[in-house]
Design a binder for this molecule. Structure first.
Ligand SMILES: NC(=O)c1ccc[n+]([C@@H]2O[C@H](COP(=O)([O-])OP(=O)(O)OC[C@H]3O[C@@H](n4cnc5c(N)ncnc54)[C@H](O)[C@@H]3O)[C@@H](O)[C@H]2O)c1
Ligand SMILES: O=C(O)C[C@H](O)C(=O)O
Length: 411
């Protein structure tokens, strides 16, 4: 019989649970919240291993939400006293957020600060980051928070870091495409990734800054120029597309949200975002009209937010949630969990394009496998959409590669 131990700790009305099973050696880190629609499970994911690599957001339900007044330390102490087998949460990973004072950076840093797997949280920005770090550092969760600002402090921010998340850069305003951000963000990403290459070349690198379809290839070229490119550890963060697809499908089909998982492939802009609705778990049927409406809504969801914010930026809170989920999945993989699946824009041989978003299996060394089965048995609609996205995605990738190499020649 599998021996299972668990511990739970709380932060306000939110409780964390960690579980480990001696049989499966798998651990799930979950966040429970006792308010209906708010943050439910930022790790999002106890991925369920199966032959077809199905990934499932399992949460909660029956895990107890601890009382408001109990702090993390009290709770952990109680656990250890009451159960000799209590699982001691081991916070051991260092995470850096570059662009930490921004619209995404702040809530993302808060969510990462809540992770029981993080020992050190390094916040870097060119402005206003000291206040953000001082503020966050008062939360009684395990990680130590440090602020770094300006180019002179970037190297120290990055030394010894396991996961670097990059949301630095400008967001869209109404009427702009993500590609309109290229001229500013390409240079920002290039400079930051150079520093990553010099100071923590073995880290997982999560690129959020848009246009992701170009900034990831830029990062790859920079890492190659520095002789430290490891394609298994460079990720374009497309988790928000999956989060949106899951939400919109659950709403449309009146499904239990936690059960829904829609793989989203391609890239992260307009028609390059391709939700594979035929691969939705649980299996569900859609009319042609529903497929068209859902696909377009998922593709335009970023623009929906940009327009609603009317000049005040783009998605920040949902993005922070999505990025925190990807960070937590990466940390679980680094921690040895063997059942971690996410969609991400990575170097890929799934299609003729050098980078492509698809489901991947994450392990200690980064991308352990690119899940090819999702591209088999596509519907005619999906096949056509896949062919249609390729030329735009190819152009965006080439634009990034050309930029990085031109800059290298002129440097
Ligand atoms: N991948 C996705 O799904 C996704 C989703 C939403 C937004 N984004 C992108 O994320 C980026 C950030 O969005 P935001 O809303 O947080 O913008 P923001 O303007 O609110 O924050 C950006 C932060 O980056 C900082 N910054 C600028 N240059 C920097 C540098 N050289 N080094 C360090 N920090 C620097 C700024 O000071 C600011 O604090 C945008 O490019 C946006 O398009 C991506
Ligand atoms: O739409 C944007 O510009 C931001 C982001 O890429 C998103 O999808 O929300």
């Amino acid at each position: 019989m599998a021996a299972t131990s668990a511990s739970t700790f709380s932060i306000g009305s939110i409780s964390y649970s960690s579980k480990t099973s001696s049989l499966s050696q798998s651990k799930a880190y979950r966040v429970n919240c006792n308010s209906g629609n708010s943050l439910k499970n930022f790790s999002g994911l106890k991925a369920v291993p199966s032959v077809n690599c199905e990934s499932k957001s399992s949460f909660l339900g029956n895990e107890r939400v601890a009382p408001l007044h109990q702090s993390f330390t009290q709770r952990a102490t109680n656990q250890n006293q009451t159960s000799p087998n209590a699982f001691q949460v081991q916070a051991s990973f260092k995470v850096a957020v570059l662009g930490a004072a921004g619209g995404i950076g702040q809530p993302l840093s808060l969510l990462v600060k809540m992770s029981p797997l993080v020992s050190d949280l390094h916040l870097y920005d060119i402005a206003n980051v000291k206040g953000v770090a001082a503020d966050l550092s008062h939360c009684n969760t395990p990680s130590r928070v440090q602020a770094f600002t300006g180019n002179d402090e970037l190297a120290n921010c990055l030394k010894g870091v396991d996961v670097v998340v990059i949301p630095a850069g400008v967001p869209r305003k109404p009427g702009m495409t993500r590609d309109d951000l290229f001229n500013i963000n390409a240079g920002i990403v290039k400079t930051l990734v150079e520093a990553v290459a010099d100071n923590c070349p073995d880290a997982f690198i999560h690129i959020i800054s848009n246009p992701v379809n170009s900034t990831v290839p830029i990062a790859a070229e920079v890492l190659k120029q520095k002789g430290v490119y490891n394609p298994k550890k460079l990720f374009g963060v497309t988790t928000l597309d999956v989060v949106r697809a899951n939400t919109f499908v659950a709403q449309k089909k009146n499904l239990k949200l936690i059960d829904v998982d829609v793989p989203v492939i391609g890239g992260h802009a307009g028609i390059t975002i391709l939700p594979l609705l035929s691969k939705t778990k649980p299996s569900v049927t859609f009319t042609d009209e529903e497929i068209q409406d859902l696909t377009v809504r998922i593709q335009n969801a970023g623009t929906e937010v940009v327009e609603a914010k009317a000049g005040a930026g783009s998605a920040t809170l949902s993005m922070a949630y999505a990025a925190a989920r990807f960070v937590e999945s990466s940390l679980r993989a680094l921690d040895g969990d063997t059942d971690v699946y996410e969609c991400s824009f990575v170097q890929s041989e799934l299609t003729e394009l050098p980078f492509f978003a698809s489901r991947i299996k994450l392990g200690k060394q980064g991308v352990e496998a690119v899940i090819s089965s999702d591209l088999q048995g596509l519907t005619e609609y999906e096949e056509k959409a896949l062919e249609a996205l390729k030329s735009e995605l190819k152009g965006s990738i080439e634009k990034g590669v050309t930029f990085a190499n031109k800059q290298a020649v002129s440097a």
